[in-house]
Design a protein around this ligand. Sequence first.
Ligand code: CP
Length: 347
Amino acid sequence: MKTKSLRGRDFITVLEFSKEELDTILRLAEQLKLEKAAGKRHPLLVEKTLFLLFYNRSLRTRNSFECGMTQLGGHANYLDSEKVYTPAVAGEEVAFVTERVADVARVLSSMGDGIAIRIFGDPVGWYYGRGNEYLREFARWATVPVINMEDDMYHPCQAMADMLTLREKWGDVAGRKIVVSWAYSPSMKKPVSVPHSMMAIASYFGMHIVFARPKGFELDPAIIEKVKANVAKHGGSFEETDSMEEAFRDADAVYPKCWPSLEYLPPRVPKPDFESMKKLFDANRHWICDERMMKLAKPDCLYMHCLPCDRGFEVTDAVIDGPNSVVFDQAENRMHAQKAIMALTMR
Ligand code: CP
């Protein structure tokens, strides 16, 4: 299959790309990383500007995009959504406080070469899917690529960095068992974007995906269906279980992290019900990735996390700081993966 040019494409979810296109991005990321280590420069985006619009906090995403743009010869311009006229969709506008997304997207498109956005949770009232709708609204009006820096459904740049990490460790990932598991945290306020995106990217490359979660932490059925369809097309398998122990057995990689219950978020309920959700969280405090759990997996099983993680809750220090942990490779690879995404879409 011939790969279409990626120039001008939005990068909102990996599920809108073909396996060949994703492979093209990953191969460029691998090349850029190797060549950078050898001292080669890559002035692929000279005089280009990427706007970074954050409605939420960030360490890795902001800095990996800023460093990546610097290394490609361009500039990343950081925009705090509360320190500009907050971009808002029609119906959510406040006079001289917000500015309509349609207008912001056209203004930024007239000056720069890409718009990257992070939005989930409090800024959209924890209404599942609203963050993604914001991204789509930007993409509708922008004439430059829109890159998803994490919304409430997807974190595609994290997924690309995670797959880059697995390829570095193993070469071919086909036939490997990866466990995407819920883990307890005292914070319920995290998006479901990372488990969705990890399973989505794994479904293109022949992996055996095991999705482990307590009852009540099921994910978006529409995305699970897409994962299953990909597995049927590209090989591998998909399995869902409510046993963390059963899932970890003989795993090649585990990715345990916390996410909220969609059962207690709109649109399934009229407004977020964190009080009821807390009871569900408290009943599942034992979902932690510790040394006992890691012993069930293969001896060289990789421990993955997108970070930031809640040490002592999602994972013990012994595991995250242990020899099987690849969390800092994942973090560094954000930059290499995003350089490839930017170079291919913004040029
Ligand atoms: N993994 C990730 O997106 O990290 P930040 O929230 O620090 O950007």
